[in-house]
Design a protein around this ligand. Structure first.
Ligand code: G3P
Ligand code: MG
Length: 247
């Protein structure tokens, strides 16, 4: 399976099926594959020593036994934290993975939607800016055909597009489609649009299909209207729970 030949609807596991597993950990991503997901969604940002670490929040407080901002902790410090017990003691062995560890674990088995956290954006970023590192890693791991890079910070996607005219890019948005989104979609030659499911309408799905885009709405606060989304003709769903795909 690669990004150019996707099943429809594509089953995308949000942070690795976060309703069933400790989000953004290797057990979550492997479990999502076992549950039938074809793609995992994860969040990536930079540690203090500028390494790519997979975590959703700006701090480690909610999803580990540590405290503090991710950007103030080194990868060595982050890697020691227990990222599973908060969810269920069965997962106490789970750690915050690096992006490289995730790509290596799922290679050949799952597609990967890499969401780059907007907080990591540095407008005049150095050579090892987060988006540059993500792109380099996808190339180094020879997984460019298996990854879809998305962000709410579209300027990061633009920096990637300047360096790679083929890799698949997805525009994340909390708002309905507007002229700004249409403009950026064209500028980036994006692959897909990833809206908050609550703002999506059928005419917008049809419009983005005419533009050549895939539409992948995401679950919010554990909820998504699977049947409503599928009736609108979306190409896939970013879901928290396997039940949301089985309806
Ligand atoms: O990529 C879709 C979704 O993950 C965006 O929201 O906050 O869960 O990263 P969030
Ligand atoms: Mg995300």
């Amino acid at each position: 399976m690669n990004i150019d030949h996707l099943p429809t609807p594509l089953y995308i596991a949000h942070r690795g099926l976060r309703a069933r597993f400790p989000e953004n950990t290797l057990p979550a991503f492997m479990g999502a594959g076992d549950a039938g997901a074809q793609m995992i969604e994860l969040d990536v940002t930079l540690s203090r020593d500028r390494r790519l670490v997979v975590i959703h929040d700006d701090t480690v407080d909610r999803t580990t036994n540590g405290r503090g901002a991710v950007s103030t902790l080194t990868l060595a410090e982050l890697s020691q934290l227990d990222a599973g017990s908060w969810f269920d003691p069965r997962f106490r062995y789970a750690r915050l993975p690096t992006l490289a560890q995730v790509l290596e674990a799922v290679r050949g088995r799952l597609l990967v939607n890499i969401e780059i956290k907007p907080e990591a954006f540095e407008p005049d970023g150095p050579d090892n800016a987060v988006e540059r590192q993500v792109l380099d890693l996808a190339h180094r791991e020879q997984m460019c055909d298996a990854v879809l890079i998305s962000s709410f910070e579209w300027r990061m996607l633009e920096n990637i597009r300047k360096r790679d005219d083929r890799i698949a890019l997805g525009l994340l948005s909390e708002r309905s489609a507007d002229d700004r989104l249409r403009d950026w979609y064209g500028r980036l030659q994006a692959f897909s649009w990833h809206p908050d499911y609550r703002v999506l309408t059928r005419p917008q799905v049809e419009e983005f299909h005419r533009l050549g885009a895939r539409v992948f709405p995401y679950a919010v606060d554990g909820a998504i209207d699977t049947l409503g989304m599928l009736a609108m003709g979306v190409d896939g769903l970013i879901v928290d729970d396997p039940k949301q795909m089985k309806e």
